[in-house]
Design a protein around this ligand. Structure first.
Ligand SMILES: [Zn+2]
Length: 437
């Protein structure tokens, strides 16, 4: 068995196995299926009839339920969300006993799989009010803490509060800090904040002020420091690969301790040869500014930077509407240049000890990439601090062991590398990288 027993990238509800969800659904009357069924139909052109499916708890119906829930093939992010909606339809956040039960069962599942330490992310819905969020934080952290005690510290689960990427992120952060002051369990068990869900439209530059505030609060109170985890470069439909690589870099520059996925950073650029993409004038202007201010480092990495050309393009774009789209087609020279840019950013992450959380199955399915294209190949070549994680193991029907097995099968079978990947997950625990310990 491979020595993988720490999982640093998990979403609490995405850990729910299909069987557990199926059983919970049977205990409930009057589930409102309309939202799930409608969204599912929109994404997959089939409308499931959930009431009929649940009428009889036969094995045949359970298999059909698994087909609706499990992400077993490449999907778009919207299709993934349509499947995740099944969890939202069945589980009830206002039922605190049920929430505690979810925590307990998920921890139990992981303990049985040989996991000793897990960081669970939780994003609350945008409609949530302060009192409910405080109750939920308290409930989840108490459940994590009591599970840890019953296992005599054999299993440690920690909470990472996922903050909305919108203005609401700041509000949720304040509620979290308040809950940490009020409830010792929340202060002890919450060791990081995270940013997840749709990336498009939310550049890292918009989070700079919040990041600074978090880092300052950490300095003031190291006992309650929070690591900053940031999903980035996972999906970049709204821009070119060059800009997506920049986003990864900028997230690290403004202070993220660990980066989720960063597919853009390690995917082989040449796979995009001849493809067309578009991005906004604002995005391009941000890229020009970045190229000018990182000129020396980029040039040292072999990237061709022509300041005069960039300045004239900048001048020309400044007169345009910022939301206007610019369309381009990738050519070989540009893609070779992007590969050098990826190297430049990977060197930065390595030099600044910023860890990348690589989730193989999730990337193959949501990122829709092939085994040989997986960014982990390049991450390891560049000697990046990287950890293997399972993201939403319930939805992907996977385990950390299976993820590690994929790595040994498709990326490296070097004992030494596999061992250091497993060790990294111990070194990059949130409470360590935030400076709490
Ligand atoms: Zn994730």
């Amino acid at each position: 068995m491979l020595p993988f027993d720490h999982d640093l990238h998990l979403h609490l509800y995405g850990c729910l196995p299909a069987r557990m969800l199926w059983e919970t659904a049977h205990t409930k009357q009057n589930i409102d299926w309309d939202f799930f069924e409608t969204e599912f139909e929109q994404q997959f052109a089939i409308r499931p009839d959930m009431n009929r499916l649940l009428q009889e708890p036969s094995e045949e119906n359970f298999i059909r339920f698994c087909e609706l829930y499990t992400v077993s093939e490449p999907v778009t992010f919207a299709q993934f969300q349509a499947k995740f909606n099944l969890i939202i339809a069945i589980m009830e956040l206002r039922d605190l006993a049920e929430v505690a039960d979810v925590v307990q069962k998920v921890c139990q599942t992981h303990l049985q799989q040989g996991i000793q330490y897990a960081e669970y992310r939780m994003l609350f819905p945008p409609w949530i009010e302060e009192s409910l969020m405080l109750q939920l934080l308290h409930t989840i952290c108490e459940a994590l803490s009591s599970f840890e005690q019953t296992t005599h510290q054999e299993f440690e689960g920690r909470l990472s509060l996922s903050l909305p990427r919108t203005q609401q992120g700041e509000v949720h952060y304040e509620w979290l800090r308040y809950a940490m002051e009020r409830f010792p369990a929340v202060a002890q068990m919450t060791t990081s904040v995270d940013f997840c869900f749709i990336e498009e439209g939310f550049p890292p530059k918009d989070q700079q002020a919040l990041f600074q505030r978090i880092l300052k609060d950490n300095e003031k109170n190291p006992q309650q420091a929070l690591a900053i985890l940031y999903h980035v470069g996972e999906s970049f439909e709204d821009k070119g690969l060059e800009s997506a690589v920049r986003w990864v870099h900028q997230a690290a520059i403004i202070g993220a301790h660990r980066l989720g996925h960063a597919i853009a950073l390690g995917i082989p650029p040449k796979r995009y040869l001849g493809e067309t993409y578009s991005e906004s004038v604002e995005e391009r202007l941000d890229q020009i500014e970045y190229d000018l201010s990182n000129r020396e480092g980029l040039q040292n990495a072999g990237v061709h930077i022509n300041p005069e050309k960039l300045l004239s393009e900048q001048h020309q774009l400044q007169g345009k509407n910022k939301t206007e789209r610019i369309q381009k087609t990738y050519d070989l020279f540009q893609l070779e240049q992007i590969q050098l840019r990826q190297n430049y950013v990977m060197n930065y992450l390595r030099d600044h000890n910023v860890c990348v959380e690589s989730c193989p199955t999730s990337n193959l399915r949501i990122g829709r990439i092939e085994n040989v294209e997986h960014p982990l190949h390049r991450f390891l070549q560049a000697n990046l601090p990287v950890v293997i994680a399972s993201d939403d193991p319930g939805l992907f029907d996977t385990t950390l062991q299976q993820e590690a097995k994929w790595v040994s099968q498709y990326v490296t079978n070097s004992e030494e590398t596999l061992h250091s990947l497993a060790q990294n997950a111990k070194k990059f625990r949130s409470e360590i990288i935030s400076g709490r310990l």
